[in-house]
Design a protein. Sequence first.
Length: 472
Amino acid sequence: MKRYELLAADVEASIRGGVLRPGDRLPSVRHASTSRGVSPSTVFQAYYLLEARGLIQARERSGYYVLAGARLAPPEPEQTSQPSDASVAVDVSEHVFEILEASMTREVVPFGSAFPSPLLFPLARLGQAMASSAKALDPWSTVDDLSPGNARLRRQIALRYLAGGLQVHTDEIVVTNGALEALNLCLAAVTRPGDAVVIESPTFYAALQALERMGLQAVEVPTHPREGIDLAALEHAIARHQPKACWLMTTFQNPLGSSMPDERKKALVELLARHELPLIEDDVYAELYFGDKRPVPAKAFDTQGLVLHCSSFSKCLAPGYRIGWAAPGRYARAVARQKLTTTLGASAPSQLALATYLEHGGFDKHLRRLRQTLAAQQSAFAQAVAQHFPPGTRATHPAGGYFLWVELPPGADALAIHRQALALGISVAPGPIFSASRAFTNCLRLNYGHAWDARSEQALATLGRLATAAIA
């Protein structure tokens, strides 16, 4: 752990142990820096992390204070997953579709949804940008904006990379119909049917569906709920299975919410470079961080063009516009060809609208509000889980994104809880849909990206009762 993480862990232990109580003021940054023998920036980072976990809150010109209810947050899962050390065929699509289809209605409380609330986004301003750009739409843009995409939008995406310290040329960027298409195009560019692909355990179910559709073998690698994939286990899997690619989420992983520390991301890229193994990096949640700065992607450490970085605006700005992109390094031409021979290009009006919005500013202001909302909702959600779920329940404390991974005590059947909850108008995402081997039978992924209100609180209390009954 880094110094700021150790300091944060000490303060968190004091809060959970009752030494620091709700309303107590934390030591000032200067005092903590002197007493701990660390730099002020280390203390700030520790306090930012605790703030992201919903344990403390900054008060203007006053300092940091312990939040009411902070002790109620459930403990984190600590065990790295232990998937089978085998390369397996994937057969999950029907199972996943069956579960997700049942919850695709606004009448259902959307704890199982993969999307944040659409009410969190500046859709009116985006609509204005769409209207103004559509009036000036160049008829030739219907041709010019085919793969790799609108030049103005690709420039804005390149500027976002630059703001994060990465040099990504506009010619490397391929605009796609959402991040999921970008990920699938990258996967198709570096694999052939029958190849093995490394994934996390658990992993995003769409990765499993992509492997199944393309006839690829899944190699599930142990993954820690806080720090991501186990690098020693990854190296063993590479030696044993000779995979052709890795599909990983290094920041705010879905469903765990885990984030690899920078040094582990660097080590990951170096490990893959030694084996000439491409990394498809799914990075759709990185703008939703709760700390002081945006986490750097694994691509920041790539010197050989082996990282195919994928993201989108769907989770942070424009749901429904279906605009994503890939920055595929040395595979840019192959991915652009895949795009051209499948869907040709992304929507020209949507690309123009986003380019116009980004050029006129306001994106970062929107993101600040969005992050604050999600952080507050995570805190309320975590406290409710601690209050209503059975003793022994654990839940991740992500520093960004909008998912909690809840680990129920042994004996709980997540699929049965899913069916019972759905009958009561509550959706959840059961653990088995995040595994090629349908593991994690006592786990749930819960979405805190929708408004925390009386309806949500009542639904979570109901879910807690179902979980308690499941282990009785």
